[in-house]
Design a protein around this ligand. Structure first.
Ligand code: S3P
Length: 181
């Protein structure tokens, strides 16, 4: 029986779930490359995310984001932290290239708002009069899509190292062969 070779890990979940911190730690443990999709979009477009939203609008951001993640997913031995809206589009998690595992980092709207409070400028979708109401509505709408991820892990009350270790344990339990660079 041939085993599955795991070559890419895609982290999904709401803003403040810890995708970038966990992604960086996970990549380090595996000896893989880490890419933050928001940073990659900023590099391509030459503008910070909030400025892209302001000048070009959310739809344009989503197109750049989709193209950027597709490009990253053509690589091997890569962990990608997607922006919170990427996996919210229909079909995203069902059409990943072979050898890709998706992991949903779960966080409540309350905890997400608490974690991102000091960084709200970076997150235009929460830069509104009622960030909690917006976070709750967005998360409710997105949850069914996030739930399509292969694996899920709770992040509340857990450190980055703990979440990372749990993901490694879950990966080991799958029995998949981890690709080496
Ligand atoms: C967004 C999340 C952000 C960023 C953009 C939109 C979203 O990324 O892509 O502000 O729609 O949830 P993080 O999840 O890394 O904060």
């Amino acid at each position: 029986m041939s085993s599955v070779r795991l070559s890419r890990i895609v982290l999904v979940g709401f803003m403040g779930a810890g995708k970038s911190s966990v992604g960086r730690a996970l990549a380090e443990r595996l000896g893989w490359r880490f890419v933050d999709a928001d940073d990659a979009v900023e590099e391509t477009v030459g503008l910070p995310v909030p400025e892209i939203f302001r000048r070009h609008g959310e739809d344009a951001f989503r197109e750049w984001e989709a193209e950027t993640v597709d490009e990253i997913l053509s690589e091997r031995c890569v962990v990608v932290a997607t922006g919170g809206g990427w996996a919210a589009r229909e079909g995203r998690l069902n059409t990943l290239p072979e050898g890709t595992v998706s992991v949903w980092l779960r966080v409540s709207a309350e905890e997400a708002v608490r974690r991102t409070r000091d960084d709200v400028v970076e997150r235009p979708l929460l830069g509104v009069d009622d960030p909690m109401g917006r976070a709750r509505a967005l998360l409710r709408a997105r949850k069914p899509r996030y739930a399509e991820a292969t694996l899920g892990v709770d992040t509340e009350g857990r450190t980055v190292d703990d979440v990372t270790a749990r993901i490694c344990r879950m990966l080991a339990e799958t029995g998949w062969e981890i690709d080496a660079p």
